[in-house]
Write a protein that binds this ligand. Structure first.
Ligand SMILES: [Zn+2]
Length: 429
């Protein structure tokens, strides 16, 4: 196993003289203090938010933990107050609307240098999985300037790796033709969409695709297992969100969790209730702070994602920390008959069936849980539906109504960049 290429990159960029956590931590503390000063001076939001903080007293990570968190709600409410540069210096604005409600958008701002930092991370991060012999297809937003697809293409160009940016999957036939005609070997995409492609035309998918990088949403274990097709395809996970500058961390060849972009971001994991740090190995909410982000610095930003730091060093031999794979959103659960049901539990029970190309879980208090399956044609649907129903009832001890329909090439490809969740239907309320 080769050491994650992120290690050399981080050592070079930070100019730390020792390859040790201690040296990296010293660098990070210095950067955290710089971010505090920069944000308080240049961003209206942080001027107020950090009003009571005397930055000169912050001299340790323990003291840094007293700094107030930043939430998604803060961004929605005071969006433009976050901007820390004159507007003419903004090169890219990404508008995110996860709820679908107008007026509920949040905008994330980037300067040219901010985008360059992301390209730099992608350049080294992609070396974890591809080299000049690969041809990469990006099924993420692009190719417009500053989009994630555009930045990935620029990053891969620096390693002389060919890359086609097709954008979020919208035309399955076109994408499959593109894979065949261009001899694509690696796909970067949204977990459920890549699974969908592999299930619709496995013969094309596995003939060509040897590596996959999944991003934008948490990835169920079953999905990785199925997509890898007994080792035919290596499945790498990337962790990132637009607020991080798209990229946050990526798995090395060991595929045991992400090494993080620790020269640009400081990660913490907190107990969602006490808001205090959890121990390594314990799950909590991921919180991060940006270093040297010009347009929109973020301080102790709560991601809503659940993960934990690994307690074991990675087998690749790096001194960098490893974050175990994100297991989903904190709020992606329902309470039913005094049970807590997480989306990931449903994923593990449902996605193991190769005939399922997509599904939607809906919950309403009156009718309890509904699972709506989208199935591949030409097979005995009744037995799969029955088996899924039995699995949910016996494993989760809840009642469930399972419906299904044939796949019409549209359902799975409309979910775009919105993170998957358990839906609430209004019926019965
Ligand atoms: Zn590693």
């Amino acid at each position: 196993m080769k050491v994650t290429p992120l290690e050399n990159w981080i050592v070079e960029r930070t100019q730390i003289t020792k390859r040790s956590q201690k040296a990296l931590k010293d660098y990070q503390l210095e950067q955290l203090i710089n971010t505090l000063k920069y944000a308080k001076t240049n961003s209206k939001f942080y001027e107020k938010h950090l009003n009571s903080v005397d930055i000169s007293t912050i001299k340790s990570f323990e003291e840094y933990e007293r700094i107030p968190f930043t939430s998604e709600h803060d961004i929605r409410r005071d969006n433009y107050d976050f901007v820390a540069v004159p507007h003419r210096e903004i090169e890219r604005i990404v508008t995110l609307n996860t709820s679908g409600t107008t007026g509920d958008e949040k905008r994330i701002f980037f300067t040219h240098e901010d985008l360059e930092d992301t390209i730099d991370f992608f350049h080294y991060g992609m070396n974890c999985l591809v080299d000049e012999r690969d041809k990469v297809l990006v099924l993420l937003p692009g190719p417009s300037y500053g989009s994630i697809g555009d930045l990935l293409k620029k990053a891969l160009e620096q390693s002389n790796i060919e890359c086609i940016v097709e954008g979020v999957l919208s035309d399955v036939e076109k994408t499959l033709t593109c894979i065949e005609e261009n001899n694509i070997t690696c796909i970067i995409g949204i977990p459920m969409q890549v699974l969908y492609l592999s299930r619709i035309k496995p013969e094309i998918f596995y003939k060509h695709i040897k590596k996959v990088l999944l991003s934008t949403d948490y990835v169920p274990d079953t999905l990785v297992k199925k997509l890898s097709n007994e080792g035919v395809c290596k499945v790498f996970n990337h962790y990132g969100m637009t607020e991080m500058g798209y990229g946050g961390g990526v798995e090395c060849e060991c595929l045991k969790g992400y090494h993080l972009r620790e020269n640009h971001l400081y990660f913490e994991i907190i107990d969602p209730i006490t808001q205090k740090h959890v121990l390594d190995g314990e799950y909590g909410e991921v919180v991060f702070t940006t270093f040297a982000r010009q347009a929109m610095p973020l301080i102790r930003y709560k991601t809503g994602d659940m993960a934990r730091f690994s307690t074991k060093p990675c087998a690749c031999g790096t001194f960098l920390r490893t974050m175990d794979k994100v297991i989903g959103r904190i709020d992606n659960k329902i309470s039913l008959n005094q049970h807590e049901i997480h989306l990931r539990q449903l994923d593990e029970l449902i996605l193991q069936f190769n005939d399922v190309v997509d599904y939607r879980a809906e919950f309403n208090e009156k009718d309890a849980l509904h699972v709506k399956l989208t199935l591949r044609e030409n097979f005995n649907s009744k037995s799969v539906v029955k088996e899924i129903q039995n699995n949910i009832v016996s494993d989760l001890d809840i009642e469930v109504k399972v419906e299904w329909k044939w796949d019409d090439y549209s359902s799975s490809i409309t979910n775009s960049m919105i993170k998957r969740k358990i839906h609430y239907s209004n019926k019965g309320r």
